[in-house]
Design a binder for this molecule. Structure first.
Ligand SMILES: Nc1ncnc2c1ncn2[C@@H]1O[C@H](COP(=O)(O)OP(=O)(O)OP(=O)(O)O)[C@@H](O)[C@H]1O
Ligand SMILES: [Mg+2]
Length: 294
């Protein structure tokens, strides 16, 4: 099967941060290249400090790369003007472990926020209609007037998903989307994300430390260690390959500094086969439906 043009392409991206003692820099993302197809459900896993969140934040340029380029939807984001980048970012939604909702705003106003920010000419009635549509996607239209403090963790994350959907993104970046949730709520949030991927064709990039989340949601997973992608694997349903890939990554892990030691994954499989990283592509997913902007 012919390979489809990737929707997200990172080319040799690196991100360095200043060291705590202000002497020198620390490389959080080290020369990473990565292709993600349109409509793919892609996971990034690895131990704490491996560089997962930094890599995710490079995709929408929340972190600016020190080297390399970031292409999304055929545009090199590193070469856009500030205004062009703002427009490109409205096609990339993001959700976080701690939901990041505005506490003093209602559910309606939280979901409306990116629209008022990025589509300032939209009428009030069109904003209201879009907010209702997005809340319907996550099954929360009855909470329109509630404040976040009155919502459960799962409901808060559903509001965050609705907010990320408001500008009709082609990509949703998810940083530990279920890590603050119990297992039942995790299942319902994963079902919503899978549904958004299937019905709306939104490409998902999901950082998680929960192997079960990667197994349930993702078709392909990159394993990170020490700022690099050390494995890029297509998942089968047994998930065994994921366990062994993590075991390999843990063995390869190099402590970055004495102060910030990566915390290895707890893995079920102690034994792991040797051999090169297995690179597989998943084919046959539909391209995203063309969506008209509001
Ligand atoms: N803004 C920053 N300034 C300095 N160092 C940073 C910054 N952001 C990340 N780092 C460092 O870069 C490394 C990678 O961080 P990152 O948050 O990407 O890891 P992670 O894999 O997401 O970890 P976790 O699973 O704990 O969230 C860490 O050592 C971290 O301390
Ligand atoms: Mg992180």
């Amino acid at each position: 099967m012919a390979e489809l043009t990737p929707f997200i392409r990172l080319e040799s991206v690196s991100k360095r941060f200043p060291n705590g003692d202000r002497r020198g820099t620390f490389t959080a993302v080290d020369d990473v290249s990565l292709d993600i197809r349109a409509g793919e459900r892609f996971g990034i896993i690895g131990s704490s400090g491996a560089g997962k969140s930094s890599l995710l934040r490079l995709i929408n340029l929340l972190e600016k790369p020190d080297a390399g380029s970031v292409h999304v939807g055929g545009k090199d984001l590193t070469r856009l003007s500030r205004e062009e980048l703002r427009t490109a970012r409205s096609g990339i939604g993001m959700i976080f472990q701690q939901f990041n909702l505005l506490q003093n705003a209602t559910v309606h106003d939280n979901v409306a926020f990116p629209l008022t920010l990025r589509r300032p000419r939209l009428s009030r009635s069109r904003i209201d209609a879009r907010v209702e549509e997005c809340l319907a996607e996550v099954g929360l239209t009855d909470k329109l007037a509630s404040y976040p403090a009155r919502l459960s963790g799962g409901q808060k994350q559903r509001v965050a998903i609705a907010r990320a959907l408001a500008t009709r993104p082609a990509v949703m970046l998810c940083d530990e989307p279920t890590s603050a949730l119990d297992s039942e709520t995790t299942r319902s949030v994963l079902a919503i994300l899978a549904d958004i991927n299937r019905r709306l064709g939104v490409t998902l990039v999901v950082v998680t430390h929960e192997l079960a989340v990667a197994r349930t949601l993702c078709e392909r997973v990159a394993v990170m260690a020490g700022g690099r992608i050390v494995e890029d694997i297509a998942l089968d349903h047994s998930g065994d390959r994921l366990d062994t890939a993590i075991a390999r990554a843990n063995r390869r892990e190099v402590p970055v500094t004495a102060a910030v030691r990566p915390v290895p994954f707890a893995v079920r499989a102690a034994a792991a086969p040797t051999g090169p990283a297995q690179r597989r592509r998943v084919g046959g997913l539909p391209l995203p439906r063309k969506t008209a902007h509001v």
